[in-house]
Design a protein around this ligand. Structure first.
Ligand code: GLN
Length: 308
């Protein structure tokens, strides 16, 4: 059909771009194959189109953040979550040691400080750490429509080098934003980031957001409509960190990136899009992923501020 041919063509067009670097602060990510690239469109009525490396597994990393935020909102309620994690774009890097003056509240759930706090809010504070991880992995699996697992090697590699996230978690504990052992929360958050996905999985996860929280293939409702609106809004304003403004103007699709090279976008009522390519720009966003989304947006008029 036409769509895979189009995707093949766009992948071919960006293949000459070899700029960017693999993430190496997590040593296990530095052994990824840099040339891999794939792109998938998943419509809200369950059609899936892809080209390139769409069944290669890689770790979800920060793309887990909007989905864990959705689970936290569903489990703990809006008031409880908003009291601990804000919704203001920080304009800072994903790993900035950035907490609101006075309260210690992280500015949003897409930066690490907010995502570590969000992880602790899954299960409404009722689950011990390992059961909370199970709830997160099962929740991500429901978004994807198949059972997902944790990559133990990537997880151990990140945990061995997690000093910065541990420092952030200790700050959160000192402000009372976290009220439990900071190391246990970071351990759970790192497991969440180490969930293995493919571009096809990510497109289905994004399509579930685009489809009001109902997985288009399984028909399962994963989270409430109101939760999806909140999550997509935060993705639109904060999903690309300190490149969020460039992205909003150039691409104009609610999105989230991860340092293993994944990138998702969700267009409400239409499609979920996912790309995979491991080399990253200075913001930690996939170089070819950003280039692919720029093409998709302009070729198909997907910018949400444009009249279709
Ligand atoms: N696990 C990574 C971290 O906490 C996720 C970062 C990312 O994908 N931007 O540093």
């Amino acid at each position: 059909s036409m769509i895979p041919d189009y995707l093949d063509q766009v992948l071919h067009d960006v293949a000459s771009n070899t700029s960017g670097e693999l993430a190496d602060y997590i040593p296990e990510l530095a052994v990824a194959e840099p040339e891999r690239s794939g792109a998938v469109f998943a419509t809200v009525d369950g059609r899936v189109y892809g080209a390139g490396d769409i069944d290669t597994e890689f770790t979800i990393q920060s793309i887990s953040k909007p989905f864990a935020y959705a689970l936290a909102l569903d489990d703990s309620g809006f008031d409880t979550v908003l009291a601990k994690v804000g919704v203001e774009p920080s304009g800072e890097a994903f790993n900035e040691i950035s907490l609101e003056r006075g309260t210690g509240r992280p500015r949003n759930p897409m930066i690490n400080a907010g995502a570590i706090t969000t992880h602790a809010l899954v299960g409404a504070g009722l689950l011990p750490p390992d059961e909370r991880v199970d709830r997160v992995v099962r929740g991500l699996s429901a978004f994807a429509g198949r059972p997902l697992t944790v990559d133990a090697a990537v997880c151990a590699s990140e945990m061995d080098n997690a000093h910065r996230n541990l420092a952030i978690a200790h700050m959160l504990r000192s402000y009372g934003i976290l009220d439990e052992d900071p190391r246990a929360v970071v351990d759970g958050y790192v497991k969440q980031c180490s969930v293995l996905v493919t571009a096809r999985d990510l497109a289905m996860m994004a399509a579930t957001l685009a489809n009001r929280g109902i997985n288009p293939l399984t028909g399962d409702r994963v989270v409430a409509d109101s939760v999806v609106r909140q999550v997509l809004s935060v993705m639109a304003t904060c999903g690309m960190y300190d490149a969020a403004g460039d992205w909003a103007t150039q691409v104009g699709i609610p999105a989230k990136s991860g340092v293993a090279g994944g990138l998702i976008g969700a267009l409400p009522g239409q499609i979920g899009i996912a790309t995979f390519s491991p080399r990253l720009d200075s913001h930690g966003n996939s170089v070819r992923g950003v280039a692919l989304f720029e093409r998709f947006s302009s070729d198909m008029g997907l910018h949400v501020m444009e009249v279709p």
